[in-house]
Write a protein that binds this ligand. Structure first.
Ligand SMILES: [Zn+2]
Length: 277
């Protein structure tokens, strides 16, 4: 059985601030250790559930976070930037299931610690009318390849948001936001134990968990935090201005949607550099 693991950092137990998850932050060295250990726990759980091949995508920020030398020697890891499919680089029809580890909630989630969707420029992303964060977006990309997301670990809101999209998903909340920069968290040891158990349980129930597959064409709507971002991104071919801060794009499938979203985010950065509007 082949398992694909996409690993983020903001949803790892304990972490609650940029000083931890930003590579230049003082507490980052500890944060990457905590992230690595949660991924290793997911690998252990996958092995006990019958996985024989595992690919891990280092999906946070620069993609250079996991201490690969501390992982099970028999996994492979995708690291670095840029990717073909962002947080889902390397996914294909060859995989039987996907785990999301260390995932966080979407932007504008009450007490959704460090919540965002790829960047803090995105106020809301909707796919076929449904608001999704990174978890939903990654699940839809996996779904394009017929691969179900069967386990999500991270903050309680990320798990709740994933469960609202995917039936029978195994969720492992490792902390709960008590503010956008505050958490009530499990200890790393307990979080890892629950991730190990959750991974095994998810693989035992793999037949009950469907892929998150979207109807094509996929209507993608992006609400930005600033009007100028909508003004600039609306100039991308086939992207339409919806309202003062929003644009939409009718994508042929999820891969097309993600590639245009990726370009949009880069154009939004140019808008931010232009001025404060
Ligand atoms: Zn993230």
């Amino acid at each position: 059985m082949k398992i694909y693991i996409t690993a983020d950092m903001e949803g790892v137990a304990v972490l609650c601030h940029d000083v931890q998850v930003d590579q230049k932050g003082l507490d980052y060295p500890r944060a990457r250790e905590l992230m690595t250990e949660e991924v290793q726990a997911a690998i252990d759980g996958a092995r006990s559930g019958g996985a024989d091949e595992i690919l891990v995508c280092d999906a946070h920020d620069t993609g250079r976070n996991l201490l690969v030398e501390h992982l099970d020697p028999d996994v492979e890891v995708i690291q670095g930037n840029p990717y073909d499919l962002g947080m889902m680089s390397g996914i294909s029809r060859d995989f039987d299931a996907c785990f999301q580890i260390g995932y966080h909630s979407m932007r504008h989630t009450h007490a959704g610690v460090l919540g965002h969707t790829y960047t803090y420029d995105v106020a809301e992303l909707r796919l076929n009318g449904v608001a999704v964060g990174e978890s939903g977006l990654s699940a839809a990309i996996a779904g394009h390849f017929g691969v179900p997301v069967i386990l999500v670990s991270g903050d309680a809101h990320a798990v709740r948001q994933a469960k609202s999209l995917i039936k029978n998903l195994v969720g492992v909340p490792t902390k709960e936001g008590v503010g956008l920069y505050g958490v009530r968290t499990l200890t790393p040891a307990r979080a890892r134990e629950l991730i190990r158990k959750g991974a095994k349980e998810a693989l035992e129930n793999i037949e009950e968990i469907p892929p998150y597959t979207l109807k094509k064409p996929v209507l993608m709507e992006v609400e930005w935090t600033r009007p100028l971002m909508a003004e600039y991104t609306a100039h991308i071919p086939l992207v339409r201005r919806k309202d003062i801060k929003s644009v939409s794009y009718k994508a042929s499938d999820m891969i097309d949607a993600f590639h245009v979203f990726d370009v949009m985010m880069k154009v939004a950065v140019m808008a931010k550099e232009e001025g404060p509007l």
